[in-house]
Design a protein around this ligand. Structure first.
Ligand SMILES: [Cu+2]
Length: 312
């Protein structure tokens, strides 16, 4: 199990602001608790029953000054918390004004479609982004409510069908940041993982250029047979492969599947062996996933794997 860092490993200015707020609030709360514990302990000991004196202790019926003080102090504490919260919200959610959307994230049961409107690139489950840049995400859903959450980089945000939401995201250092859908959305909710791959501007541009390449369709050999099967086995009713008539968006775009790290939104790492397993029976690895068991023979699976791996 890879661990989620979140508040303990903030990797963007937004998450740093949120982590700071959390720790300020915890520190203030611990301070208040300490004062109360010390005061109560002192009072218990100092004013305990005196065995030699059975008279009733001094009775105090109201003290205006004390009432004012213990009203003003909590108000001051709440005002400080309010101010800290407001400035954190300003840091996390600066106004969008007329900034154009950089990346569109579309929740599907149970995977993420990722679309770069400025270049037209479409991929799945793995968000590539350049480090040090504040990017505007638009979060949408095609079916039910999902929630996009990469704890080290940004806050949670719901993906609501028919109501796009916006959020800023940035990463201060290169790396792979893990996330998951955080709104229960059906049987495979737990396997709706996200990877954000933050890289240098050059690496990002190179990735984007490669995603843009329309691969040549293999005509001969086992990969060529796979290309034919892809058309006849209903794969093209659900998937897109650039440069072929397959243009459906029920499942992930498979054009550059080769360059992704995982299959099935994180259920399997991407390798020839796992791709073979997935095509043999996706339901075994992701029960209930919206890709049916296509009941392919072993040689059909091998042909399809060869085809998908030949796309470059
Ligand atoms: Cu979900």
């Amino acid at each position: 199990m890879e661990k989620l860092g979140g508040l303990f490993n903030p990797s963007s200015p937004e998450m740093e602001a949120m982590a700071d707020l959390t720790f300020y609030i915890i520190a203030i709360s611990i301070g208040i608790l300490a004062i109360i514990v010390v005061a109560v302990t002192y009072i218990i000991i100092r004013y305990r029953k005196n065995p030699n004196d059975n008279s009733e202790p001094y009775q105090n019926f109201g003290d205006l000054r004390l009432e004012i003080v213990w009203t003003l102090i909590p108000i001051a504490i709440v005002a400080v918390l309010f101010q800290l919260t407001c400035s954190t919200m300003r840091a996390v959610d600066p106004p969008i004004q007329d900034h154009e959307t950089d990346i569109v994230i579309i929740g599907h049961q149970w995977w993420w479609e990722i679309y770069y409107p400025k270049s037209g690139v479409i991929t799945a489950n793995e968000v590539h982004m350049p480090v040090g840049k504040n990017l505007l995400l638009r979060i949408e859903s095609i079916d039910v409510i999902h929630d996009f959450w990469v704890p080290e980089l940004a806050r949670k945000i719901d993906a609501v069908p028919g109501h796009p939401n916006h959020m800023w995201i940035s990463a201060s250092k290169p790396g792979v940041y893990l996330g998951a859908c955080s709104e229960f959305c059906g049987t495979q909710h737990a396997n709706m993982r996200i990877r954000v791959i933050a890289e240098t501007e050059d690496e990002f541009n190179e990735w984007q250029k490669q995603e843009f390449v329309i691969p040549k369709t293999p005509r001969a050999g086992i990969a060529g047979e796979g290309a034919e099967l892809f058309k006849t086995k209903a794969c093209m009713n659900c998937h897109t492969i650039l440069g072929t008539p397959a243009a459906a968006r029920i499942g992930p775009n498979l054009t550059h599947l080769n360059k992704r790290q995982t299959i099935g939104a994180g259920v399997l790492t991407n390798s020839t062996e796992n791709l073979t397993k997935w095509l043999t029976n996706p339901q075994k690895y992701k029960h209930g996933a919206l890709m049916p068991n296509m009941k392919l023979t072993q040689s059909e699976v091998n042909q399809l794997v060869a085809y998908l791996e030949a796309l470059n």
